[in-house]
Design a protein around this ligand. Structure first.
Ligand SMILES: Cc1cc2nc3c(=O)[nH]c(=O)nc-3n(C[C@H](O)[C@H](O)[C@H](O)COP(=O)(O)OP(=O)(O)OC[C@H]3O[C@@H](n4cnc5c(N)ncnc54)[C@H](O)[C@@H]3O)c2cc1C
Length: 232
């Protein structure tokens, strides 16, 4: 699958999909699992189409995900060559190397997020779309992506498909990690960590709090000693 890029580079999508393959990523309801396999539950879902008469007749490019991969593609692509639809669970790209700094207040969340329309302003054009939703399956036979948002299932047709939905964090089988920790890949997770830290420090400062309880509140375990864990 080749796409024409502004700089003439050729882009090879991560995977070519068989009929009804599931999409790997980090769906909302499955924080570190896989999206459910798509059976034909959305067979009658409406086909998403622009209501404006502005399908230009250009090939329809659908990009799944607005992380590093998707954002780079959307930045570099020549929007005159395609009608572009972005399907992503977030409307922004996160500058992950600085994400851990937002957990401890060194940076504010908005300092590490860039809205996808700032990265590719042509997404404002009426023939292009940004759909904040979870892609749940690709049907390569019908050339459609199935997605869901707020319980509403819909399908988006494509001529070219880019799958840049990222990967899942690994626990390396460490017991308790899945159940008891905050993961750190996205802004809302960084905010959850920050608010937990502030909460615990405030609770520990209450006069009369038994020392053992204070200790428990202030004990923080970081799983993973790479750059992110060390920065934290
Ligand atoms: C805290 C942290 C620090 C890091 N620091 C560095 C660093 O310093 N240097 C470095 O090289 N790398 C770093 N990385 C790794 C780097 O961020 C990843 O390699 C990179 O984000 C992968 O890019 P991607 O586009 O494949 O996926 P991601 O950036 O994860 O983007 C995936 C996108 O797909 C969307 N998505 C996922 N599933 C679905 C779905 N089913 N439907 C719709 N949308 C979906 C997500 O919302 C997201 O927009 C860091 C990662 C983290 C978490």
């Amino acid at each position: 699958m080749q796409l024409q890029m502004k700089k003439g580079a050729l882009f090879r999508a991560a995977s070519l999909f068989n009929h009804h393959q599931r999409i790997f990523g980090i769906p909302h309801n499955y924080p570190f699992g896989l999206a459910p396999y798509c059976k034909d539950t959305t067979a009658n879902a409406p086909l998403y189409e622009s209501k404006l008469p502005l399908s230009t007749g250009r090939p329809r490019l659908v990009c799944l995900g607005t992380g590093w991969g998707g954002a780079r593609l959307l930045h570099d692509i020549d929007p005159k060559l395609y009608d572009i639809t972005v399907i992503s669970m977030r409307n922004h790209m996160v500058f992950t190397p600085l994400l851990s700094s937002t957990c401890v207040g060194t940076l504010e969340p908005q300092a590490v997020a860039v809205h996808i329309t700032d990265i590719q302003p042509a997404l404002f054009k009426p023939q292009n779309h940004v759909l904040i939703s979870e892609a749940i399956a690709v049907c390569s036979k019908a050339r459609q992506v199935e997605a869901v948002s707020d319980g509403i299932h819909f399908k988006v047709p494509y001529d070219k498909l880019v799958i840049s939905t990222g990967s899942q964090g690994s626990t390396f089988g460490i017991p308790g990690v899945l159940e008891h920790t905050h993961f750190l890949r996205d802004l809302h997770q960084a905010e959850a960590i920050r608010s937990k830290l502030v909460d615990n420090i405030s609770k520990a400062g209450i006069p009369g709090r038994p020392t053992q309880e204070k200790q428990t509140l202030l004990d923080i375990v970081i799983v993973g000693g790479g750059p992110t864990g060390l920065l934290l």
